[in-house]
Design a protein around this ligand. Structure first.
Ligand code: SAH
Length: 397
C-alpha cells in the first residue's frame, strides 16, 4: 500500500457526473455509488480523479472499502506526496499558532478541515494523540512523514496512536492496538482557560478530552451563576469551568470511569463539585418531578443522530432533555445546550429548542449561538465539518 502512493503516474478513477458535480461544488468526497471505474486500483492509493469525459478534477486518496471511495487531497497534480503532507502539517500548525491562546491542548490536525482527510492529531501539553481513519493515511510513508513533521515542529515527549477497531475493520486494514509510536510518556496534565485536567493517553473517549468545547467552556462560564447542573459532564469540562462562578456545581454522567477522572480534576483545581452517576434522562425526569431548580444548566449529550435513520429519535431526545432543563431553570437562568450530530443542523437544533420552550411555557433569549473551537475549523463547502452546535440562552419568567 505504501509503495503505490509513492510511485509517480497514479492510476485514474473516473467518477459519475454527480460525483464530479460534488467535487466542483467544493466538497472533497465521492461516494462509491458515484465511481464509474476503479479497475486495478490498489487500496489506499493516490489516484487521479477524472470525470466521465476524462477531464481531470484533481488528486485523491482512494479507499477500496469505505462508502467514501474518494477523498480529494488536491485540485492539482501531486508530484511529491510526502512533501505535500509536510506542507499541510506545517500549515495546520501555523494556523493554530495564530489562533490558539490560553491552552496547551488543542486539535493540531482535523482531517478534511486541514486538507488531510482521514487524519486527526490532538495535542495534550507534551503528548500528541493521533488517529488514522483511512487506508491511504495508514500507509507507512504517511506515518513516517507525520511523525517526523510533528516531532520537528512540536517536540512532543511522546506520540500515541488511538485505534478505533471498527474504523480499521471498515477500511479493511489489519488490526493494530492503540499504543505509543514515539517516546514513553502516556499521561500528562494539560490546561485550558486556566483550568487543569488529567490526561491518560490510552484511556477515555475520543482521543481524550472534548477539545472542541474549549471556547464554549469559557463562554458558558461568563454567564453561569448560582446553582449549576452539568448534564453529560464526562470528565468535568463544563463543571470545572463553572465552579469559579457558581455557588454549587453538580455534574451528571452515566460513566463511572469518566466521573472518577472528573473528581481527580476537581481536586487538581481545588474545587468542590458533586458528581452523580446516573442516566441523564432518568435523573432529569426525577428532578423535574421533585421540583428541583437551578440557575445554570448545561446539556451536552453524545451524538444522538449518527445516521440519517436516527434523526427523528435524536430530535425527540434533544426535545425531551431541553424541555426538562427549561422547566428546572429559575427565571434569569442560563441554559447552555449542545448537539454534536452533524445531521442535526443549527436550524434544526434551534427549532427543537423553540418547541421545547413553547411546551415549557418559557421564553428563551438567545445569548450566543456557537460552534466548535477554532482549532476544529469549519469548511463552508463541507457541511460535515460543522457538526457542533452550542446555544447559550437566558430563560425569562
Ligand atoms: N460535556 C462533556 C462531554 C460529554 S460527552 C465535556 O465537555 O467534556 C457525552 C457524555 O455523555 C459521555 O461522558 C457519556 O459517558 C455520557 N452519557 C452517554 N449516555 C448517557 C446517559 N444516558 N446518561 C448520562 N450520561 C450519558
Amino acid at each position: 500500500m505504501s509503495k503505490s502512493t509513492s510511485l509517480p503516474g497514479f492510476p485514474t478513477v473516473k467518477v459519475s457526473p454527480r460525483g464530479a458535480a460534488r467535487l466542483k461544488d467544493g466538497h472533497v468526497w465521492v461516494y462509491r455509488s458515484d465511481i464509474v471505474s476503479t479497475d486495478g486500483v490498489p487500496p489506499g492509493s493516490l489516484v487521479v480523479v477524472a470525470d466521465h469525459r476524462g477531464q481531470v478534477l484533481g488528486t485523491a486518496l482512494y479507499s477500496s472499502s469505505s462508502q467514501i471511495a474518494i477523498r480529494l487531497i488536491s485540485r492539482e497534480p501531486v508530484v511529491d506526496f510526502p512533501a505535500l503532507l509536510r506542507q499541510r502539517i506545517a500549515d495546520a500548525i501555523a494556523y493554530r499558532e495564530l489562533l490558539i491562546h490560553d491552552t496547551n491542548a488543542y486539535r493540531v490536525i482535523f482531517s478534511e478541515a486541514d486538507f488531510l482527510p482521514g487524519l486527526i492529531v490532538d495535542r495534550y501539553n507534551d503528548v500528541l494523540s493521533m488517529q488514522i481513519l483511512t487506508q491511504a493515511m495508514d500507509a507507512e510513508i504517511v506515518r513516517e512523514s507525520l511523525l517526523t513533521a510533528l516531532s520537528d515542529k512540536l517536540h512532543p515527549a511522546s506520540v500515541v496512536e488511538r485505534v478505533d477497531p471498527r474504523v480499521r475493520q471498515l477500511e479493511e486494514l489489519p488490526p493494530r492496538p492503540s499504543g505509543l509510536l514515539q517516546g514513553e510518556q502516556i499521561s500528562t496534565i494539560f490546561s485550558m482557560n486556566g483550568v487543569q485536567f488529567h490526561f491518560e493517553a490510552l484511556e477515555g473517549q475520543k482521543t481524550g478530552a472534548f477539545l472542541d468545547q474549549r471556547e464554549n467552556y469559557a463562554a458558558a462560564a461568563q454567564y453561569a451563576h448560582g446553582e449549576a447542573l452539568d448534564v453529560f459532564c464526562y470528565q468535568g469540562g463544563f463543571a470545572l469551568h463553572l465552579a469559579a462562578r457558581c455557588s454549587h456545581v453538580s455534574g451528571v454522567d452515566s460513566s463511572r470511569p469518566a466521573l472518577e477522572v472528573a473528581d481527580q480534576n476537581a481536586s487538581l483545581n481545588h474545587r468542590d463539585i458533586e458528581w452523580i452517576e446516573a442516566s441523564a434522562f432518568d435523573l432529569l425526569k426525577d428532578y423535574a418531578h421533585s421540583g428541583q431548580h437551578y440557575d445554570t444548566i448545561i446539556v451536552d449529550p453524545p451524538a444522538f443522530a449518527k445516521t440519517k435513520r436516527d434523526l427523528d429519535a435524536a430530535m425527540r431526545g434533544y426535545k425531551e432533555l431541553n424541555l426538562r432543563a427549561l422547566k428546572m431553570l429559575r427565571p434569569g437562568g442560563v441554559l447552555v445546550t449542545c448537539s454534536c450530530s452533524y445531521r442535526v443542523t443549527q436550524t434544526d437544533f434551534l427549532g427543537v429548542l423553540a418547541d421545547a420552550a413553547r411546551d415549557a411555557h418559557r421564553s428563551l433569549r438567545l445569548t450566543e449561538v456557537r460552534g466548535a473551537a477554532k482549532d476544529h475549523p469549519m469548511l463552508l463547502n463541507i457541511p460535515e465539518t460543522a457538526y457542533l452546535k452550542c446555544v447559550i440562552a437566558s430563560v425569562s419568567n
